[in-house]
Design a protein around this ligand. Structure first.
Ligand code: ATP
Ligand code: MG
Length: 170
């Protein structure tokens, strides 16, 4: 799949844990373009998996996204973004800055995410969490356009993810 990304945009990576968002971000974007909720947890408390740090981490994530968008820098949000409320607050930041919002959705089979998470050394994520995230994702998928997300690209398999070519457009 060919995905066009406007030079100035807010890109939301959307998908359950283990679906490959961070790997995709590392492959297609510059490190400074990507704001990750896990990295933010690390910044605020030295532990990327400390859920108690979530409110602080997201406050920082929003502040940094707002600043980058104000500077008209392409900004990629690497978080699960499966809940409409999480997306809405980010879309609001984009609107303030007149940035287009593009979503790249990692709608991979649940079994793939669970198997990958089981093999991860960096984090322990239980299957129940993934299952809930998948449910949230599927409930909200249809409504993303009405949330203010201009373009939504949905990837269904690992092969599709690996075959993506990303082009920046003016
Ligand atoms: P989280 O939401 O928990 O941060 P994530 O969506 O960012 O998860 P990654 O960390 O990118 O997921 O990937 C999870 C695991 O799956 C890693 O061990 C990674 O090596 C593997 N993985 C990611 N993308 C692919 C891919 N395209 N093909 C095969 N394995 C992959
Ligand atoms: Mg990740």
């Amino acid at each position: 799949m060919k995905i066009d990304i406007p030079e100035f945009a807010l890109v939301l990576l959307v998908g359950a844990s283990g679906t490959g968002k961070s790997s995709f971000a590392a492959r297609h974007f510059r490190p400074t373009e990507v704001i990750s909720s896990d990295a933010m947890r690390g910044w605020v408390c030295d532990d990327e998996s400390d859920q108690a740090a979530t409110p602080d981490a997201f406050a920082m994530l929003h502040a940094l996204a707002r600043t980058r968008l104000r500077n008209r820098r392409l900004t990629v949000i690497d978080a699960t973004n499966v809940q409409p409320a999480a997306r809405k607050s980010l879309v609001a930041l984009a609107r303030e800055a007149h940035a287009l919002v593009v979503a790249i959705v990692f709608d991979l089979p649940e079994a793939v995410a669970v198997a990958r998470n089981a093999g991860r050394a960096d984090r322990a994520i239980n299957a129940g969490v993934v299952s809930r995230q998948m449910r949230d994702l599927h409930r909200g998928l249809r409504g993303m356009r009405s949330e203010g997300i201009r373009y939504t690209h949905v990837l269904h398999t690992a092969a599709e993810v690996d075959a993506v070519t990303l082009t920046r457009t003016r």
